[in-house]
Design a protein around this ligand. Sequence first.
Ligand SMILES: [Zn+2]
Length: 534
Amino acid sequence: MVKLTFYGGINEIGGNKVLLEDGDRKLLIDFGFPYKRHKLFYEEYLKPRSGVGLLDPLAMGLLPPLAGLYRDDLSTPDLWQRFQGDPLYRQLDGVAGVLLSHAHLDHSGYISFLKSDIPVYATATTAFITKSMQDSGKANFDQQVCYFTPTVRECPTGWSQIACLAGGAKQQRQFCIADRKPEELSAEANSFWSCGFWERTPRQKELISLPLATHTSSAFNLRCFPVDHSIPGASAWGIETSAGWVIYSGDLRLHGKRADLTMNFLAEASSLHPRALIMEGTNAGRETNIAEHEVYENGLKAIANSSSLVIADFSPRDVDRLLTFLQIAQDSGRKLVILPRDAYLLKTLRLLEPEIPDIAREDSLAIYQETIASRSPSLWQRNLFKEYSHKVGLAEDVSSAPHRFILCFSFFDLNELPSLCPEPGSLYVYSSSEPHDEEQEIDFRRLHNWLKHFEIRGFGVPVESNGEWQVPESERGLHASGHACGPDLLRMAHEIKPALLIPIHTENPGFYSEHLSDSSICVTLPSVGKPIEI
Ligand SMILES: [Zn+2]
């Protein structure tokens, strides 16, 4: 009997966690950070306590109570007694791996909590991005996807005593690479600074790469299908079960620069005559898409007219967007100035994708060194600044010739503005999505305050009118979503033609039942922790 149990991504965008069981064989599909539920309880200054390990995420319903699944160093012997009465509680041993669709934290974040001997199956690009994000970010204990520091307990019994004596050696997770051969990987991984990019963690696990069809450790026949999404390396997955193929879409679109990848996925998935399709539906309510070339055209139009500093705000891991703005910079006679973490990501991606520009040789690219970072840079920053010393600029370099630059900042980088002293009339181009919740709305109000304070002109920045946040009509077309619109989602479902479709990663799961009722596809809506037999 084949069962699918959903522990996240139900009536919410992200937090996907799916358990697939075929008799004794078990696999997880994504294990994401549940932003929506997390925000119900937590904010910047109120966070789960890392010092009590699994207790907070379990007690607040952020993690499913599945004993046997999580790192031993984060639990105490008495922890599970407390959750045994929970209707979702069960002992879950022998999970063969987690199939990771892409490196967005709402799909990958809670891999941090999984036992370290559960391997992560991913594309090489996804594996490298998870490491690059963790190296260059402030990874909290619940976002340590690629490696973690095991917690050393002071007293073996009391949960209150999981003091974070995080002095132990870092442990890296085992990543099984779906799309590269081991020789290719070691050459690439070892070419990054003095020791290998992947190996720069003590007690590292090697990258294993085997053709998935012959991958015995998972005991499943797997297929990894590259797809187009707003982060490189995204993939859909296929798992052969005793009930037929199960396909998982991950996040995907048909209107991006690599739409051909998604098209190939549709053809290949359809040829497997899948039993079930677990399908995202983020933008089910949208009728149309904006394409990346429109972002280029609209962005260039807005920026070409400006004779002062331009700030471009877009999602940091959206490399397609970064390249779009690089093109805009080149075509408007400016330099694109990126933050060190974006430079580090580009350098990482270039190990795998030679078409990613080489920062050292690309005249239109420069790196912005934050004012504070110049005082105490961390190791990855020191290496970066050393390698690209001729490309690094400070606030005063930008403010001495502001009309020559497009600065890639997001909301959380605005506190550099006092150092930059932007002249009145500078331009802030917003190229991302509208606010989705109250917290983001508050941030947008703050963004407007910053712009007003420095007399910066906003372009494409959503404004509030009658309780709705929208980009002014004449300033639209600056953001191509990572997700397919409703008609494209239906087209994909029809093309793959599964017997059963299970919606995930959407606030509108009813969309599929409504629009597929006259087709041969049966739609089943998941509910938390309730297995669906397929
Ligand atoms: Zn995503």
